[in-house]
Design a protein around this ligand. Sequence first.
Ligand code: C2G
Length: 134
Amino acid sequence: MRRVLTYGTFDLFHEGHINLLRRAKKLGDYLIVAVSTDEFNAIKGKKAYYSFEARKKILEAVRYVDLVIPENKWEQKIEDVKNYNVDVFVMGDDWKGKFDFLKEYCEVVYLSRTEGISTTKIKQDLGVKDGSDD
Ligand code: C2G
């Protein structure tokens, strides 16, 4: 069983997130998604519209996702890769190179982002004032 792991806030769930999760799942048989907690988002400088619990529930309903765990800190990735026997770590390529240190523990794959959609664009298009991004 090839196990895949990815991280993110996944706020205002949209097509870009789905495209990422669909392709991530294709890289293995079991997809784990670590969703940023509200407290960790504050550290990331993000303010999600949906709470952690809501974002977790939405992701758990996605057909590609097998397990949702909390992302509490930047430093948990090596521990997560080990604890969940992860074979492939996946992120959108806005993070390209940032997690190459994980190559010591698993494959690292950066997938192209979906152009033209982001939580920030949604908020801007709706006239919502907020600085967070995705
Ligand atoms: N994404 C994408 N295309 C978009 C928007 C997002 O492929 N148009 C991808 C991002 O590259 C990321 C995932 O969807 O891999 C989740 O995006 P965010 O919720 O913005 O995640 P981020 O805030 O970048 O958190 O420790 C890592 C961080 O938690 C990543």
